[in-house]
Design a protein around this ligand. Structure first.
Ligand SMILES: [Zn+2]
Length: 400
């Protein structure tokens, strides 16, 4: 049982299709490219690691064999002679490739101070080294600039990049552009979403300040028309637009609240118990996502929440330029923080793989089924003394 306050998760290897880098424990780097056919049955054998594959209830030492970019076999003691290459994973954890449900990767447009530009990061510089093989861009583009995002980033990336369309047609341009209700067209958003099934996997409402429901309701409407969920980054809870009303009356089952451990709206009452509407929201199927970000993760909220069982449906980073430079850093760091707060490792892996894949209706991802795409991550759990800051630079010590 893991649980202990002490662990720091570190990516060792991330395998994605047949082109990948292998960072060995020694620090040596082996870069592999596409191969010609060979006699051995398997391309790669990841040997002797502790496999955690929650969808298949695997939790123990076994080998993972890969052939033709697919998972070929998961079992103990697969002979090395059957494989062209063996990766020694003894003492390490082997999991499905991690799925990051909330990132910003619409980089390169030249738009200053914008998530549809300079505030975004390129996916390949972040994801694979973090153990992440699939990212979901959460609303950096809208229906008007999604085609540019696709040709500029999605089609060129080694990382699998999926997207939620911003309800704002011009995307997450910052400032007043995200308040412009004239640019929030549910029908146009749904029309573009339906043109890219499986790639556009949701609709996003974010950064909306006025005390009305236009942004949320139009994003929900677009999601309804396209048959996909919406994700909301909700501002402060005010009487005219309360968090309670959001989760009970505006969101549908399957819609997602990101930034679940942010400080700005209450989750517990003065007695420390979960507020009733949070329980009711979960009962009716609203999903709660971590979305750590730059300032959207508070120890004060997360530690108590995890203690009383208010756990994430999915773990995500909200990776962008500032969050990767400050306390969020990368996916393993976010998981490490949740482990430090008491979340068991197996649950954390489930929330980082099969659970987010299910939320975005991509049942082909997040597991090691035979025949599944060979997205595999190898992680090391370091023991020692660590200190993890939150978005307000409050430091939580983790030792053990
Ligand atoms: Zn975000």
């Amino acid at each position: 049982m893991f649980g202990a306050l002490a662990s720091r998760l570190q990516t060792m290897i991330s395998l994605r299709k047949v082109l990948f880098s292998v960072v060995l424990a020694s620090g040596a780097i082996v870069v592999l490219g596409p191969h010609a056919a060979w006699a051995q049955e398997y391309t790669v054998l990841v040997k002797g690691g502790h496999v955690i594959d929650p969808k298949n209830n695997r939790d123990g030492v076994m080998d993972v064999a890969i052939a033709d970019g697919k998972i070929a076999r998961v079992a103990p003691n697969i002979p090395e002679s059957n494989a062209k290459m063996t990766v020694n994973a003894r003492g390490l954890y082997v999991t499905p490739g991690l799925v990051d449900l909330h990132v910003h990767v619409y980089a390169g447009t030249g738009e200053a101070d914008s998530f549809a530009g300079d505030s975004s990061i390129y996916p390949d510089g972040y994801a694979v080294r973090s153990g992440v093989t699939t990212v979901v861009d959460a609303g950096s583009s809208g229906w008007k600039n999604f085609p540019d995002f696709k040709s500029r980033v999605i089609d060129r990336a080694m990382t699998r990049v999926l997207a939620m369309l911003n309800i704002v047609g011009s995307g997450m341009g910052g400032g007043e552009t995200e308040q412009n209700t004239d640019d929030m067209d549910a029908a146009a958003t749904a029309k573009v979403a339906k043109q890219y099934p499986g790639i556009i996997v949701g609709v996003k409402s974010a950064h909306y300040r006025p005390a009305n429901w236009i942004s949320v309701d139009r994003a929900v409407e677009a999601g309804r028309l396209a048959g996909i969920p919406m994700m909301v980054d909700f501002g402060g809870s005010v009487p005219e637009r309360s968090f309670e009303d959001l989760v009970l009356n505006h969101l549908r089952p399957g819609d997602i609240v990101t930034h679940m451990y942010v400080r700005r709206y209450p989750v517990f009452g003065p007695d420390g118990n979960l507020l009733q509407h949070m329980l009711k929201a979960r009962e009716r199927g609203v999903k709660f996502d971590v979305g750590h970000g730059n300032t959207s993760f508070s120890w004060q909220k997360a530690i108590h929440a995890i203690k009383i069982g208010w756990l994430p449906d999915s773990i995500s980073t909200d990776a962008h330029v500032r969050s990767t430079l400050r306390s969020m850093k990368d996916f393993p760091t976010v998981v490490s923080k949740l482990l430090a707060a008491g979340l068991p490792l197996k649950a954390a892996i489930e929330m980082s793989t099969v659970a987010p894949a299910k939320i975005i209706s991509r049942p082909d991802l997040g597991h090691l089924d035979v025949g599944a795409v060979a997205d595999v991550t190898v992680l090391r759990l370091n023991k020692g003394e660590y200190g993890f800051p939150d978005g307000s630079n409050v430091r939580y010590p983790a030792t053990g």
